[in-house]
Every structure is written in C-alpha cells, then in structure tokens.
Design a protein around this ligand. Structure first.
Ligand code: KG4
Ligand code: ZN
Length: 339
C-alpha cells in the first residue's frame, strides 16, 4: 500500500503545491514564483507576498492535483509548511491546508520548512539515508544540521548574523545585479578570478561550526566604496568570484569538518544556495578527498518548492505526527521543534 501526500508551501515568495507518493515519487510539483513582483523592490515585500499567495493558492493546489492525475481518494494526508517564514505568507498555506483537510476528512501534518529543504535530498538520491550531516544554506537560514534520523535533528552550527543567501543577495545589489542575487553572482563569478581580492573568512573560536557573513559583507562594501573614492574601475566579475569563494570556503570547511568530527560518511547540501555551482564543486572535491559521500538536490529542488514538503511530510506522517485545527503559523519555529 502506498501513501500519497498533498503538500503545500507558502513560507516566502513561492506559492507551491505538490503530490508525492511514499516520500520519493514526485507526481506533481507546481510552483508559482512571485520573484518578478518583488524584483522592483530589491527583495521580498511581506505584505505583497501574502496577498499574492491568497490570489494563487487555490489555483496552484488544483493544478498540482490535475498534474498528478490525483483524486481526493488518492490523498492520504495534507502536509503544510507552518514555519519558519513570513507569518502572513505562512498563514495562507496553513489556512488552505486546514480548510481542505477539514472538508475532505484528511489528516493534517505541519512541516518545518528547513526539514523540507533537507528532505529534498531524498528525492533523487536513492542511497541517502540518515544519519548524515547537512549544510542548509538558504535566503533566510544557514544551519549545519546533524540528521540523526528522518525526524530527528541536531543543529551543530549556525550563522551568527546573515544567512548565506542573504549575503549573496546583498552583494548582488551592491554590484548592481538585482534580486535574487544568488544565481546572478553565480553566473558572473564564472567570468571572474576568485583569488583577485582577498576577502575575510570568519571562523568562530567559541563555537567551531558556527559561521558569520556580516564581516565579509562589510569588507566587500568597503572595497567597492574605496574603489569609487579612488576612481578605480571595479571589475564586478572579480568581486563576485572573490566574494563567492569566501562564502564557499567557510561553508565547505565547516561542513566537512563537522561531518568528520561526528563520524558521518555522508554530507548533503540543501536550500537555495545549494544550487551554487562553485559551492557544489568545492564540496564535491573536499568530500572526495575525505572519502565522504556527497549529495545535493538538483537546482529546482534546492530553492523553495512543495515536493520537499511532501517528502518531509511523508516521514512525519509515518512517524505519527498529526496536527489539529488549531495549527498556527510559527515564524520562528526552531529545527527539530514541534508545536
Ligand atoms: O531556499 P530558498 O529558495 O528560500 C529560502 O528559504 O530562503 O533560497 C533562496 C536563496 C536566495 O537568497 C538566493 O539568492 C539563493 O538562495 N540562491 C543562490 C543560488 N540560487 C539561489 N545563491 C547562490 N548561488 C545560486 N546559484
Ligand atoms: Zn527555503
């Protein structure tokens, strides 16, 4: 007997729904991206995001059911992201999921957004099973997570300030690339020299797996200001490549060190920044050197989507997680925390 989950995700600026069977088989993965809407503001405007989710959610859910050729009889449970994220945005998905679960008589399963990002790795990697170390680097979060089991997580490191994706977005804005910055920096960096400018790499002495990107961000901004004041022409590709290299070095070094210290022979990447070509290459190389198996989702499953929520939702559902009609959005939900 198979188990099929309808999953809903609306924590930031993508309205998404998916139908996933047995935590692996993605029957549909519908995403309405609001990126174009937020680009002119240089970042996500929460109020606009919530309003657009309200407008799109029913259509996105309907499309995902149609694409999967699924009827309500095929659906065993409804999974929804309930945190962390923008509260108004989360509430739209949570309300839709509750309404559907109630109307169709289906169990409701709340899912942690970051646990969803981690679970995206199970979709295409048949041999990946816990325990493993996972570096989750997205626009809102950067965590190094020891995945002990499908539903058991230990945060071993975190950013002290900016998330990695946030740093990419800010630097992209400073060199005039626009939002979202990650993919644009990634592309431009291919034309630049990663060793052209020596930007700082911050390693924490008191918590050895933590990281920080605010010093790096300031160093890049100071470099740009300095060039402007001295009327030196800026080589944007070199800035992009050198900045990216600094982020990649810190993320790679921390995750490989943690994997070794925790005795993990598997290391995975997750979150929007996991789509970064330079980060993947550096991780792959370091893992090969250390004889650690390296995993990552394909680019479309790194950034926000509902298929990953369907996978995490499946594992939560199988372990007995059920939420009641009082499920609320929890904007600051911690990893491994259940409410
Ligand atoms: O996981 P995600 O879609 O949303 C959050 O949960 O935050 O991540 C979005 C972030 C953005 O900051 C975006 O700039 C970054 O991921 N990103 C990238 C790349 N693609 C997306 N960063 C670096 N290189 C990329 N190729
Ligand atoms: Zn995300």
């Amino acid at each position: 007997m198979s188990t099929t989950i309808l999953a809903i995700e609306s924590s930031c600026d993508e309205t998404a729904a998916a139908v996933v069977t047995d935590g692996k088989l993605v029957k549909s993965n519908t995403i309405y991206s609001q990126i174009d809407l937020h680009t002119r503001y240089g970042g996500v405007v929460p109020e606009i995001a919530s309003r657009k989710h309200v407008e799109k959610i029913n259509q996105v859910i309907r499309t995902s059911m149609e694409d999967a050729n699924a009827t309500w009889d095929d659906i065993d449970a409804i999974a929804v992201t309930y945190g962390p994220g923008l509260v108004g945005a989360l509430l739209v998905g949570v309300s839709a999921a509750k309404a559907l679960a109630f109307a169709k008589g289906k169990p409701l399963v709340g899912v942690h957004h970051i646990e969803g990002h981690i679970a995206a790795n199970y979709i295409e990697n048949d041999d990946l099973k816990p325990p493993f170390m996972c570096m989750v680097a997205s626009g809102g979060h950067s965590h190094l997570v020891y995945v002990k089991d499908y539903n058991l997580f230990e945060v071993v490191g975190r950013t002290r300030d900016d998330a990695a994706g946030e740093a990419f977005d800010k630097i992209a804005r400073a060199i005039g690339l626009g939002y979202p910055g990650g993919p644009k920096v990634d592309k431009l960096a291919k034309e630049g020299d990663p060793s052209a400018i020596m930007f700082p790499r911050a390693f924490m002495e008191d918590a050895i797996y933590d990281f920080s990107f605010s010093g790096l961000k300031s160093a890049v901004l100071n470099y740009l200001n300095g060039c402007e004041m001295k009327h030196i022409e800026i080589n944007r590709a070199d800035v992009a490549a050198s900045f990216q290299q600094a982020v990649v070095d810190v993320l790679t070094d921390n995750s490989v060190r943690a994997a070794k210290d925790y005795g993990c022979n598997r290391l995975a990447l997750a979150g929007g920044v996991a789509a970064n070509s330079s980060l993947r290459a550096a991780m792959r190389e370091a893992c090969e050197r250390e004889q650690i198996a390296f995993y990552h989702p394909s680019p479309g499953l790194c950034t926000d989507n509902a298929a990953m929520i369907g996978v995490a939702g499946y594992h939560a559902y199988m372990s007995g997680v059920r939420h009641s009609w009082d499920l609320n959005a929890v904007p600051n939900l911690g990893i491994g925390e259940r409410r």
